[in-house]
Design a protein around this ligand. Sequence first.
Ligand SMILES: Cc1cc2nc3c(=O)[nH]c(=O)nc-3n(C[C@H](O)[C@H](O)[C@H](O)COP(=O)(O)OP(=O)(O)OC[C@H]3O[C@@H](n4cnc5c(N)ncnc54)[C@H](O)[C@@H]3O)c2cc1C
Length: 400
Amino acid sequence: MKQRILIIGSGFAGMWAAVSAARLAHLQGNTTLEIAVLAPQPELRVRPRFYEANVASLTADLQPLFAELDVRFIAGHAERIDAGENGVWYKTSAGEASFLTYDRLIVASGSHLHHFGIQGIAEHGFDIDQLETAQRLEDHLNALPNQPDSAARNTVVVCGGGFTGIELATELPARLHALLGEETKTKVVVVERGSVIGGRYSEELRNEIVNASAALGVEWILNAAVEVVDAAGVTLQDGTRIESSTVVWTAGVKASPLGENLTAERDALGRFIVTPELQIPGYNNIFATGDMAHAKTDDVGNTALMTCQHAIQLGKFAGHNAAASLLGAPSLPYQQVNYVTCLDLGAWGAVYTEGWDQQIKLVREEAKKLKIAITNELIYPPKANREVAFAAADPLAKFV
Ligand SMILES: Cc1cc2nc3c(=O)[nH]c(=O)nc-3n(C[C@H](O)[C@H](O)[C@H](O)COP(=O)(O)OP(=O)(O)OC[C@H]3O[C@@H](n4cnc5c(N)ncnc54)[C@H](O)[C@@H]3O)c2cc1C
């Protein structure tokens, strides 16, 4: 009887886990392993690009790749892991409850934006966290020209000045002018809790964010917290009022709640604290990966971030190790020493840094070219060709 590796999620981590497990089975000459991916759609949704326009195009069909590698795709939404029975309860796309057993389980169900219970944000706010919500924002922006001209119509408030908030805010001036006309006085305001712009980044990188914001006319309100969002705008905790038809929440991400019933430690972001092999301690046949895994990247104290840069590599290691544990092959402790940052800064350009201390290597047009190469090519699925996909899925092959 075939043994099954069940992977929950077809994002960066889940997709690469499947390819990597298939690669090891191929290398071992094994044909008795079933690799199955359970996810709502057989597609990779390219979340790092959701600040861009034309969001519906930002998906990649995984069916040709899975067919080429004999990866089984099951359409559904996992509801509960039953570790005692080695199985997963899920809802099929028809809404029926179903159960699937596994010999090894890889939890790659990603993350979701967290609203922190801010009043009015769910009803009146927008976000770019998932394809559907980014589409809702795009539809709303495209409909702004139908509203009467007003300061509120022409103002977008971006709540949160982290990576996503910065990329969206610096992209928006050009998008708003294209929609509302070059003559229209538009305004993009970032509301940020911290006391400096880009406070989580190196000083060099912060300076470029400041330069880009100034050049593009993006305003920042620092030391500020959102109190309430309503249909006409946002009120901050100090009473400041900003009239705006478009308030976008970007601050705070939490790992998927899947696996909450497992007796396992999670970090403040809801990620499982995993072993070097990416197993959930106490559950030798369950692995967590991508945004679901809190994993050490090196021996000097760095930890994987919730980025696709880490999710891709975490996926390759999880797939390899799950397959290795069934095939009697050596496992590979997860390691990812290199770390780069490539931050899009809209019409101003981009900044590319290397290392955890974020030393700038490229700025403006040069960095922008690299950003486009990363987000339009590097992070997309490999070609549906065994040789190409398996070479790319080697956990030890150079990535960045
Ligand atoms: C706007 C935005 C900008 C970003 N920019 C960058 C960037 O510039 N650089 C960078 O490195 N990272 C960036 N990220 C982060 C990056 O997108 C994530 O870290 C990455 O997507 C994580 O990959 P993942 O496979 O763990 O999860 P995801 O990509 O979220 O995939 C999760 C998968 O699990 C499926 N799933 C979820 N729940 C279930 C369930 N219960 N049952 C079955 N399937 C389920 C989903 O449908 C999906 O297929 C950005 C994210 C956002 C939202």
